[in-house]
Design a protein around this ligand. Structure first.
Ligand code: R5P
Length: 281
């Protein structure tokens, strides 16, 4: 078995290979003069674990090319971050179900798909091969434990993330809660004050995705105004679009952390162990 990864998922791919005791397949990419991607793989074994997050049009093309280049072996696909999953239905007439479009494209030439904290579980049904997801809430809990905070409140910024926060909290025997969020636009949200009252200790906001940072920054400002000692943010997929990190820091957030499903300096814990366990099932 070998692990082949796209350029944006190299560190995680290497960690998965290490956990599996497998070798990384050689891959080489370059650009044709017109900007198209060229890709070449080295020798493969009978099975290839292809690892690639879906972060942009180019990363999708690279992943499709890599899957195709590995067709001389059985391909098991790991998509650590499945982009486009938030458009999981047509919200307005004429819109695509983007998650379905991606899932169908990524089902071709693979025998199985594993992804991580997909925005909604229903997205998995759009793959035409068996697909499953890994939940990193226990890894987030373990990471929060390493921060050494005294009895932190684990807080979801919206009702949808409440079960995630509860699982994170259960790792350390901490309290968890959630806020009521209303989305006003792509960048702007309104967050209601916490119903359970002010929390004067440390708060760790946890979510599946941080994109613009608007959700977490708005929640953090509210919590600090209510007297929280420290506010920290831990997510699974750290997209940190545009000026998100500046926005988060200016909202007074201490620790900002994400997993390595999207590799960045904020990747402070790994999805590799959980993914490897899912592959072995
Ligand atoms: C939404 O339901 C997600 O769980 C995240 O809360 C959302 O994607 C965060 O986006 P942003 O960082 O742009 O507020």
């Amino acid at each position: 078995m070998k692990v082949a990864c796209t350029g944006r998922s190299r560190a995680l791919g290497a960690r998965i290979a290490e956990h599996l005791g497998a070798v990384l397949a050689e891959t080489r990419t370059s650009r044709f003069p017109d900007g198209e991607i060229y890709l070449q793989t080295g020798p493969l074994d009978e099975t290839t674990i292809v690892v690639g997050s879906l972060l942009s049009g180019d990363s999708l093309v690279e992943l499709l090319l890599l899957i195709d280049a590995c067709q001389r072996s059985e391909v098991i696909l790991v998509v650590p971050y499945l982009g486009y999953a938030r458009q999981d239905r047509a919200f307005k007439p004429g819109e695509p179900v983007s998650a379905r479009a991606m899932a169908r494209a990524l089902s071709t030439g693979v025998s199985r798909v594993v992804t991580v904290n997909v925005h909604k579980e229903t997205v998995l049904s759009h793959f035409t091969v068996p697909a499953s997801q890994v939940n990193l809430a226990p890894e987030v809990g373990d990471f929060v434990g390493e921060l050494g905070l005294e009895k932190p409140l684990i807080l979801a910024p919206d009702r949808g993330a409440a079960p995630f926060a509860a699982t994170v909290a259960s790792r350390g025997g901490w309290e968890s809660d959630y806020l009521e969020k209303t989305r006003i636009s792509g960048e702007e949200v309104r967050v209601e004050p916490r119903k359970g009252g002010a929390w004067t200790g440390d708060v760790v906001l946890v979510d599946d995705i941080i994109s613009t940072g608007g959700t977490i920054a708005t929640a953090a400002r509210m919590l600090r105004a209510q007297g929280a000692r420290g506010v920290h943010a831990v997510c699974v997929h750290g997209l940190f679009a545009g000026t998100a990190l500046t926005l988060l820091r200016s909202a007074g957030i201490g620790q900002i952390a994400a997993s390595d499903t999207i590799e960045s300096p904020e990747s402070r814990y790994s999805a590799a162990g959980a993914i490897t366990r899912a592959l072995s099932r």
